[in-house]
Design a binder for this molecule. Structure first.
Ligand SMILES: *Cc1c(COP(=O)(O)O)cnc(C)c1O
Length: 410
């Protein structure tokens, strides 16, 4: 690792700060990070940023662990039979999780689509090639109305009709010979009058597969195998969120015959709905490494580290007029992630007194060097801990301190 002491860059990067200040280690460190990472992006005019916002696809998800990066690099060096590799990776992941079956998909959205396709077509070749024309097939998916969300488009790709329900009674009466699947979105469960448990039981009693979109719900780590073990027939996770696997990968976990049907609806089969969402050998091996690593992690230590990042930033802001900070772990439906149980830091101040609105502060963080992205709301800034690389919390702290102190002088 080289440390940069190039003053021209420091000055340019820090927005013309005095020479003395550029010599402070924090500026040197910020500059070092800005220089060391992301050069490949800068060459084409894209500026990397420090992610204190969270795992959002538009912000490129998460950063893969070095072991995952290495697995993908090694995997990229030679040819292998793809179908055999898919099966081997699926079997290994299922064994590690202690569940019947697993497959790597191109993301949780793809898992939603393949789960739906599997429930509609089973392993019937004619049906697999014909969807999204679902004439003569079970073509209804029952979904709680309060859980409708943009990602259900992935289910609708299959040609099914979503039947909205609001009570468990309505679930029971909506079930017919035409029902292919029951569709639950875990993070939205709190919005729904129906209990997850009873939704599952009604599906079981009717012999209809129950799917759970748990894309962003790691942590808690127990979810990874726990939701399948609870009885859900198919469960989706993102690979590029809490798992820190490849961004264009996900998991579909569950019952063997359904996973096999999902696989038949997927790549590399040409005449299949999932041919558009290819998963390469690099993603397959990357996901395997990510799951292995995740199972071996000390999740409590992760939580402590993330909390320490938030404490460090809060400490940097101590003593600034009107500034209040609060570390919190969102409950169901709370926080920018809608209930992601990891430490966040809320930062609030008197916008009039400091002559700085939350929006302007957020914009300045983003436009500065290094660029920093946070969540901005009417009640302050919400900083997410879990996408920060150690050291970055210092930069976020000093940059925020700088903005909040400078604005007062203006
Ligand atoms: C992120 C997310 C998805 C999509 O996940 P990808 O892995 O990006 O395809 C689907 N459902 C929910 C609830 C999500 O949060």
């Amino acid at each position: 690792m080289k440390l940069l002491w190039d003053r021209r860059k420091l000055l340019a990067g820090a927005g013309g700060l005095g020479l003395l200040r550029t010599l402070l280690p924090r500026h040197a460190y910020a500059s070092y990070l800005a220089e060391e990472y992301g050069e490949i992006y800068r060459q084409i005019g894209i500026r990397p940023f420090i992610n204190a916002a969270g795992t959002y696809t538009v912000l490129t998800g998460s950063i893969v662990s070095p072991r995952v990066r290495q697995a993908m690099e090694e995997a990229s060096r030679c040819f292998v039979p793809l179908v055999e590799l898919q099966a081997a990776v699926g079997t290994r992941i299922a064994t590690m999780l202690g569940i019947e079956a697993a497959m790597v998909t191109s993301g949780a959205a793809c898992s939603i689509m393949l789960a739906t396709a599997a429930c509609v077509t089973g392993k019937d070749k004619e049906k697999i090639t014909r969807i999204p024309d679902v004439a003569g097939m079970k073509s209804e998916v029952i979904i709680p109305k309060t859980q409708r969300n943009g990602f259900d488009h992935a289910a609708r790709n299959v040609g099914v009709r979503l039947v909205e329900v609001e009570t468990i009674g309505q679930v029971k009466s909506a079930i017919s010979n035409n029902t292919a699947m029951l569709y639950w979105t875990n993070i939205m469960g709190w919005k729904t009058k129906i209990e997850r448990r009873e939704f599952l039981e009604v599906g079981k009693a009717a012999g209809i597969p129950v799917f759970n979109d748990a894309a962003a719900e790691l942590p808690p780590a127990e979810n990874l195998s726990g939701i399948v073990k609870e009885g859900f027939d198919l469960v989706a996770f993102s690979g590029g969120k809490g798992l820190r696997g490849p961004q264009s990968a996900g998991l579909l976990l569950g019952r063997k015959n359904l996973i096999e049907a999902a696989q038949l609806n997927g790549n590399p089969n040409d005449d299949a709905i999932g041919r558009v969402s290819k998963v390469g050998k690099e993603e397959l091996m990357g996901m395997l490494a990510a799951v292995e690593l995740y199972l071996g992690r000390d999740h409590e230590a992760d939580q402590r580290t993330w909390r320490s990042f938030m404490e460090s930033i809060a400490k940097s802001l101590r003593g600034i007029e009107s500034v209040k900070t609060r570390i919190y772990v969102p409950g169901p439906g709370e926080g920018p992630g809608g209930g992601h149980p990891v430490p966040y830091l809320k930062v609030q101040w008197d916008q009039a007194a400091l002559k700085l609105t939350y929006q302007d502060c957020s914009r300045k963080l983003k436009e500065g060097e290094p660029s920093i992205q946070v969540n901005t709301g009417s009640e302050g800034l919400d900083l997410a801990s879990y996408n920060l690389t150690p050291g970055e919390e210092r930069i976020v702290g000093w940059r925020l301190r700088e903005l909040l102190s400078d604005s007062r002088k203006a």
